[in-house]
Design a protein around this ligand. Structure first.
Ligand code: PSU
Ligand code: MN
Length: 287
């Protein structure tokens, strides 16, 4: 029984500062192996889709300046250009699914930005199309969280909160938006299996709150977010560069606090994804 867990590469190439990004990516793979799973970090190397990259490729991906950020829509462009590219949640889900992988751990998903800067991530559409168990710490706090939750519902994505009945939002353990709660991994596997049996398209999105000790107080974050967004406006940045810019700004303003929290929630998500993978392997063994 396969116990592969997919990992994404945008967080490495565009989400965390160098050279920490490469170290974190390695740590996540080590953590998955220690839990008896096979991690596959997904990326595009010189126009080739890789499901599992070597250490050398990982270092390049983390250190080069010419790494594209690709969602599903841009995968063909990266291939045609023979480019290096980091895959977002949408691209990682699609590629992993093509290769028969069923579980994917990430940090945060994209979502719906505030109405003034109208921008809806491809991640949401992909989650509604492709069957996968996706473990994340919620949508980025910079998004319109209520709109993101509503959009997930509209798109028929199965969303569950792991040991929470409120939406976690990345650095924050919960915000006011209600979600359906699950309390153990066997429940998640049962939900996924039911989805498969009914042949319903789309993912089961597992929202795993950041560990208590690494949570950033909501008021503090709001303040930092405001400053980062103001800087974004001044810098005149648009499109795909928005998230990487804001994450880097938050890291700067918070004196590295957001980076530490980001790393810890990633580890927490990989750990839960492995527990789910192991449970799924047990579930699938004919008795
Ligand atoms: N949230 C983070 N860090 C990230 C991302 C999201 O806190 O690095 C990445 C993920 O790869 C996600 C992508 O899929 O950003 C969404 O980008 P966009 O909003 O441009 O679709
Ligand atoms: Mn976008």
């Amino acid at each position: 029984m396969t116990k592969t867990v997919a990992l994404e590469s945008t967080v490495i190439a565009h989400g965390l500062p160098r050279p920490l990004n490469v170290q974190v990516a390695q740590q996540l793979e080590i953590l998955a192996r220690a839990k008896g799973c096979e991690p596959k970090t997904i990326a595009i190397v010189e126009g080739h889709v890789k499901v599992g990259i070597t250490l050398e490729e990982l270092v390049q991906l983390g250190m080069r300046d010419d790494v594209m950020k690709v969602g599903v829509a841009e995968i063909p462009v990266a291939l045609a250009k023979r480019a290096w590219a980091a895959t977002t949640v949408s691209a990682t889900v699609r590629i992993a699914s093509m290769c028969g992988v069923e579980i994917f751990a990430t940090g945060g998903i994209g979502g719906v930005h505030s109405i003034e800067e109208w921008d809806v991530s491809q991640d949401l559409l992909e989650l509604s199309r492709t069957r996968m168990i996706v473990v994340c710490a919620g949508p980025k706090s910079l998004l319109d969280l209520k709109a993101t939750a509503e959009m997930l519902e509209t798109l028929q994505v199965t969303v569950v909160g792991y040991r929470t009945d409120r939406l976690p939002a990345f650095y924050v353990r919960e915000v006011g938006v209600p979600v359906l709660r699950v309390d153990d991994v066997s429940e998640i596997v049962a939900i996924y299996s039911a989805k498969c049996k009914l042949d319903l398209p789309g993912s089961v999105l597992v929202l795993n709150p950041i560990p208590n000790e690494y949570e950033i107080p909501a008021e503090q974050l709001l303040e930092w977010d405001k400053i980062a967004k103001e800087e974004l406006r001044k810098a005149n940045i648009e499109g795909k560069a928005v998230t990487p810019f804001l994450l880097a700004k938050l890291a700067e303003i918070s004196n590295g606090k957001t980076v530490r929290s980001n790393i810890e929630l990633l580890k927490n998500n990989v750990s839960l994804a492995c527990d789910i993978a192991n449970e799924l392997a047990r579930y699938n063994v004919p008795s």
